[in-house]
Design a binder for this molecule. Structure first.
Ligand SMILES: [Zn+2]
Length: 188
């Protein structure tokens, strides 16, 4: 597995491991899955069915992990949806996937681009990663202190609700990390 994982040895990533261990672990896990995805796409010893299901698995794992480190905004118009679908199709074509596979990817990219999380609270997953890292670095830190430092609500004073909702997202993060076998320092 070549260049896509080359950054793991670079100094900035070593620093990231120390300063932001959860971010680094997520980044490593996502990149490893990407590398596997590309490897599979280039493989010629696979049956089409096996390729289909393995690529599908990897794609959904990548989609599940990515929002914890990058902001994901729902697409708002038809043009954006079409552009995203086109970029996935182009990616699949570059990998040299067969036509049926490309059509499948196109369909699923279209589907996921159109599901709009209407009325959902703002995405706080990246905030939860920071909160986890703060608490893991200092086990004496209370949830109140973490909320005070990180909560991005507009209330004049953070309250029990702020604290509890941040804590909940951190618990979800912890579950996600465990599910994918991603090892990080303990929360405290
Ligand atoms: Zn708040």
């Amino acid at each position: 597995m070549g260049s896509i994982l080359g950054f793991l040895a670079e100094p900035w990533f070593q620093e990231c491991r120390l300063q932001r261990p959860v971010t680094a672990a997520l980044l490593e896990a996502i990149s490893t899955k990407m590398a596997a995805f590309i490897e599979l796409g280039n493989s010629d010893t696979y049956t089409l069915e096996k390729l289909n299901s393995d690529l599908g698995c990897l794609a959904s794992e990548i989609a599940e992990l990515s929002p914890w480190i990058v902001g994901v905004k729902p697409l708002t118009n038809e043009k954006q949806v079409r552009e995203r679908v086109a970029s996935w199709v182009e990616f699949a074509r570059d990998l040299g996937l067969p036509g049926g596979q490309i059509a499948e990817i196109s369909k699923s990219a279209d589907r996921t681009s159109r599901t709009r999380p209407r009325g959902r609270p703002p995405d706080r997953r990246r905030l939860a990663v920071k909160a986890y890292e703060m608490k893991a670095a200092n086990h004496k830190l209370t949830w109140e202190a973490v909320t005070e430092a990180l909560c991005d609500c507009r209330k004049s004073q953070h309250d029990e609700y702020c604290k509890e909702s941040l804590r909940q997202v951190v618990m979800t993060l912890q579950k996600t990390l465990r599910k994918h076998g991603i090892v990080v320092p303990p929360l405290g």
